[in-house]
Design a protein around this ligand. Structure first.
Ligand code: ZN
Length: 481
């Protein structure tokens, strides 16, 4: 389609990351709809509207593949050791439930907006929201059974971050486990009820004017299917909803092997580990992302590789909860792609998740530079920063079904800038800038964030930051006193 040059925009930073290296003297040229036309030499520009970004480097927006936005409200509330018992994932979960059972729809909007705002400030431009709060606190559905999902979507739209609403199926507390009343807001016991609500949500996010050629309705909001775990969704239910997702070409996300207790309960119920169960039932595919996938066997890693399934690691959460270490080296060796998520939002900094993926393995193996990936340096070498940055961008986009993740023609203009004079990265050469950003930059180095060609963060400030923070502070006071 010919574009009107008067309406095209040329972003002119010092450097642009093209997926393999930083280029200087170039512009990122975007059409009025927010799609990248090309990376052009600055001296080839004609009458595009120019936006100069001195002392900045542009990088593709980060993609956060696993989030529970409302969990932002328990940040700081769980960092104590009780005297009575050992603390674990399961004691943390009780506190999370105490928040989950009390939030109103408006509270969920405010908490989600806070989480998404912090994501945007850190360069995240798309999120996969693993959403499991559906009903009123006593378990009765709202008149609109997707009211809470829509509050989360509204929050993402208002902040300006793209969202895959991965609607969670949660049928039971667990195999031979008594119902937990604190899970009443999550439960949809029957697969047909879940599918009816999923389809209603998919219809409601369809934006006629925003139709894309690949058949997905909206570029900024879409839905996916998220069976919570093998613990919470029995096999017959799982089969029905995964088949449905496959028919509609929807992404499927599922917590898999986060905790040893989940694996042993699955073996007790089915005589197979979670991954063996999924594989033997034909439920793994290239649309499937296994979130965490920590406690797995080499055979399980082979099953992901064979089917094209991906893994989403959430290292800042996994270290906080004492979950264990994702065997990322083994996954990469077998060609399993890894995306990243900020999950419980103890910290929202996807580059920290990226570096922890490597660092946890260094601590475990007493080695440096563990992860394997291609390198331009020498045959057999591995460029760790570029492996990790791909996890935070391209792989995340693939996992949640976003179109972005890289800066090339036809992709959305979703990107962030870093200040080349930021003290954490100052002095880096073009060759080591990516490593400086991945291993050493903090959020303050992120200065502009643009989604679909529209600025959402300028000079390190989000456009609605004050209001979002104020409303969130009021919510925390109401919840916790
Ligand atoms: Zn999770």
């Amino acid at each position: 389609m010919p574009t009107n040059p008067e309406l095209t925009i040329a972003w002119l930073p010092d450097l642009v990351y093209d997926g393999s290296e930083f280029q200087s003297g170039v512009a990122l040229v975007c059409d009025p709809a927010g799609t990248i036309i090309k990376i052009a030499r600055a001296d080839e520009l004609t009458d595009e509207k120019r936006i100069n970004l001195p002392r900045r480097a542009i990088l593709p927006g980060l993609v956060n593949a696993h989030s529970h936005a409302f969990q932002r409200v328990i940040r700081g509330k769980t960092e104590f050791r009780s005297s009575a018992r050992a603390d674990s994932f399961w004691t943390w979960r009780e506190l999370m439930y105490s928040a989950a059972t009390r939030l109103t729809p408006e509270d969920i909007y405010d908490a989600s907006r806070m989480a998404f705002l912090e994501m945007a400030l850190g360069g995240i431009t798309a999120v996969g929201e693993f959403h499991y709060l559906h009903h009123t606190p006593d378990g009765t559905p709202y008149d609109d059974p997707n009211l809470l999902a829509r509050e989360v979507i509204r929050a993402a739209i208002d902040v300006g971050v793209r969202i895959a609403l991965l609607r969670v199926a949660y049928a039971r507390s667990g195999f031979q486990v008594d119902a937990n009343p604190r899970q009443a807001r999550f439960i949809e016991r029957e697969a047909p009820v879940y599918l009816k609500n999923l389809d209603a949500l998919a219809r409601s996010v369809r934006v006629e004017n925003d139709a894309l050629p690949d058949g997905r309705a909206s570029d900024s909001v879409w839905v996916g299917v998220a069976p919570h775990s093998v613990r919470a969704v029995p096999l017959d239910y799982l089969r029905v909803i995964i088949n449905h997702a496959n028919e509609l070409n929807l992404k499927i996300h599922m917590h898999v092997a986060e905790q040893p207790a989940e694996v042993s309960a699955c073996v007790t119920e089915y005589g197979r580990t979670p991954v063996a169960l999924l594989e033997s039932e034909g439920l793994l595919s290239d649309r499937f992302t296994a979130v965490h996938a920590i406690h797995v066997t080499p055979k399980a890693i082979g099953a992901f590789a064979k089917t094209g399934a991906m893994v989403c690691a959430c290292p800042t959460t996994e270290r906080n909860l004492g979950d264990g270490v994702v065997p990322a080296d083994e996954y990469l060796k077998q060609g399993v792609a890894i995306s990243l998520g900020t999950d419980s939002h103890t910290q929202i900094d996807l580059l920290e998740d990226a570096r922890e993926l490597e660092y946890h393995l260094r601590l475990q193996k007493l080695e440096r530079a563990v992860l394997n990936g291609p390198s331009t340096r020498e045959p057999g070498a591995s460029d760790i920063a570029s492996v990790l940055f791909d996890c935070a961008t391209i792989n995340g986009a693939r996992s949640i079904g976003a179109r972005g993740g890289e800066l090339s023609a036809g992709k959305p203009a979703d990107f962030f800038t870093v200040d080349l004079d930021d003290p954490a990265i100052a002095g880096a050469s073009c060759d080591d800038l990516l490593a400086a950003i991945v291993f050493s930059a903090s959020r303050v180095a992120v200065r502009e964030v643009v989604v679909g060609g529209k600025p959402v963060v300028s000079e390190g400030r989000h456009l609605i930051q004050e209001e979002v923070v104020e409303r969130f502070a009021d919510l925390q006071k109401k919840l916790w006193g």
